[in-house]
Design a protein around this ligand. Structure first.
Ligand code: G3I
Length: 331
């Protein structure tokens, strides 16, 4: 009898079905300037995270200086860093309405020409990193705040089919990569999150190779996971799609104070507990980790302090609370 118990336990461990402290990947967006030039930034990045994503280096504006030219320097550096340090890397993003180069926006392609441009971009970029990029945000923010398809270069030139085509091109270029649809303000139940759910359900129905949904989670300190988030996560799981928190930051209305930082720490803990408890939540990725490098102050005047290390790289209460749920892995 004892023999069978041992075999059973080993198979649980091997298949990973044992519920030992399963902790999702814990990641961060990486800004190239401090990545290349700030030793303290790199030290925290080395020590704290087992997943990274380029804040900008994988976007059209950085990769595509011209119609016939690619600039992979920054993207190559991040992929090489991830490989060298044993970290996973997410690719962000293949199709978005923002950060498109001028030459593309000023071009007037026919629908077929636009499809060819999209296919070439995705094939070249995804193909270059096949087997080395764990997941791609194939399409980012295709649904607008009014829950309709967002107006974009891609919608205007190709039509709504651009979404499915992008996933098809990405799957052809790297069949092993996890392919995500990524968006903001889709964490709870709302017309926008319903529209995203309908979009990804239709893609699944058509047999499109989509694997997951990214909740960007750009939220305000005080945010707590509630019933609606759990229901939303459940319907994504029931579609057979995985979930990742892809761009977490928790902005504080300035000036910051002890109470606001406490509130922020509770929010970090709430989101971390949710992602750890939900086996379908594969990663919790911050959109940066130090208040010294955050998009928030520029995008939300009067708000800041949205991350887990302060401007001097000192851990904040949010870091401590988050680490209580996500103990640091030896990466
Ligand atoms: O690279 C140029 C540089 O050459 C130029 O000198 C400088 C001044 O104009 O601009 C630099 O580009 C900036 C780029 O970040 C790289 O730093 C752009 O102006 C600036 O708009 C861009 O901001 C990024 C923003 O996306 C663009 O919409 C933010 O860093 C980035 O955090 C933010 O990230 C997005 C996600 O990709 C998608 N989800 C929302 C999130 C926040 O908007």
């Amino acid at each position: 009898m004892k023999f069978y118990l041992v075999v059973g336990l080993c198979s649980l461990i091997v298949t990973g079905s044992a519920t030992f402290s399963r902790t999702p990947y814990f990641g961060t967006a990486v800004a190239m300037d401090p990545f290349r030039n700030d030793r303290e930034y790199r030290a925290v990045l080395d020590r704290e995270f087992d997943m990274i994503v380029a804040e900008n280096a994988f976007k059209w504006s950085e990769l595509r200086p011209g119609p016939d030219t690619f600039d992979f320097d920054d993207a190559d550096a991040l992929v090489a860093y991830a490989s060298a340090t044993g970290k996973k890397i997410r690719g962000h993003t293949l199709v978005w309405h923002r950060q498109l180069p001028k030459w593309l926006l000023e071009s007037k392609p026919s629908r077929d020409e636009a499809i060819a441009i999209l296919r070439e971009h995705i094939s070249r970029v995804v193909g270059r990193y096949a087997g080395r990029v764990d997941a791609w945000d194939v399409v980012n923010e295709a649904i607008d705040d009014d829950a309709k398809m967002r107006d974009s270069f891609w919608l205007r030139t190709i039509g709504p089919d651009y979404v499915g085509l992008a996933f098809e091109f990405a799957h052809d270029a790297d069949p092993k990569a996890k392919l995500y649809y990524n968006d903001y303000s889709i964490e709870d139940l709302s017309p926008k999150s319903d529209a995203v759910f309908d979009l990804v359900r239709d893609l699944k129905k058509k047999g499109v190779a989509i694997d997951g949904v990214g909740w960007q989670a750009h939220v305000i300190a005080g945010f707590r996971i509630g019933r609606e988030h759990l229901q939303n996560s459940k319907r994504i799981r029931e579609l057979g799609l995985e979930l990742s928190i892809t761009e977490l930051d928790l902005r504080i209305e300035l000036p910051s104070n002890v109470e606001k930082l406490r509130l922020q720490a509770d929010s970090f803990a709430s989101i971390a507990r949710f992602c750890k408890a939900d086996k379908n939540c594969k990663a919790l990725v911050m959109w940066g980790f130090t208040d010294a490098h955050s998009w928030i102050p520029g995008a939300f005047p009067g708000f800041g302090d949205a991350l887990i290390f302060d401007t001097s790289f000192r851990p904040k209460q949010g870091y401590d609370e988050l680490r209580r749920v996500f103990p640091r892995k030896q990466v």
